[in-house]
Design a protein around this ligand. Sequence first.
Ligand code: SF4
Ligand code: SF4
Length: 325
Amino acid sequence: MNKNRTIVPFDVTLAERGLAIDRMPIDVLQINVGKVCNQACHHCHVDAGPKRTEVMAAATIERLINLLEHTPGVTTVDITGGAPELNPNFRMLVRGARALGKRVIDRCNLTVLLQSGQEGTAEFLAEQGVAIVASLPCYSKGNVDSQRGRGVFDESIVALKKLNALGYGSPEGELELDLVYNPVGPSLPPPQLTLQADYKRELDEHFGVRFNRLLAITNMPISRFLHDLQRQGQYEQYMTTLLNAFNPTAARGVMCRTMLSVSWDGLLFDCDFNQMLDIPVGGHRRSIWDISRLDDLEHMPLAFGDHCYGCTAGAGSSCGGSLTR
Ligand code: SF4
Ligand code: SF4
């Protein structure tokens, strides 16, 4: 990301607060299976879209399943993209990870479930017991369509109803359906639980849609969102907002402490954001063919940058939502 001299570097802030944030045992393997997506959202930190061509190959997925087999400490496989379901090897990855007893998360944009060629994907996810984390940045049509494209809200509701009919999102059931909120503009998310109550009420009342949890995620100042900020002259103001809201408790809970992230071509990173910024684990490019277990790099220091203020502002932010209450 662009450096701005008025922003105190993230590592300086950590040092000033006496915070030494080290890696802990890796629990989550996050796999970015490619940048192809049926949408092209304004805030997308992956710059994903229909014209992208990067797709994780079958051989890479086979290698990851082999590494998962040799790393029992990793309990969760978190599949992201792009739209992960558009990778032709998506089902192979899901089946392989589930056969090893791993919890599998599909980061789903919802509309992909209605695309031609995706018939049966929702049913497949339910059969495999895959947890779904679905983007829905608002319960109002106008806000969703302005961020994610015209018609996305209506299609998202159709997809949510389909998932509900399969048993997703029921408080009594085992098929988890979480929704993801992120602010439309350059502000911090409101408190997660308050917003969750609003989402539950509005989606139930107007559409009869159920879900389990709402995850409130801060927009990271990278990729498409960064370019938007710069175009509108809001970059410095947004970074100042994040810096002023620095929360040491959130900093102690950042997700990279227990996560390893793999790119579509098998390279290793601390998180999906570092992946997009091409900041490799430990400062050196390594791939899944350079390690024999996923926890081989646990001794490496984390690679922080100023974008990390996005994870530590306010209640904190991660792929699992807020880091504090
Ligand atoms: S649906 Fe997700 S991956 Fe696709 S463009 Fe939107 S934010 Fe990016
Ligand atoms: S952006 Fe920084 S703080 Fe957040 S998960 Fe990645 S490395 Fe950790």
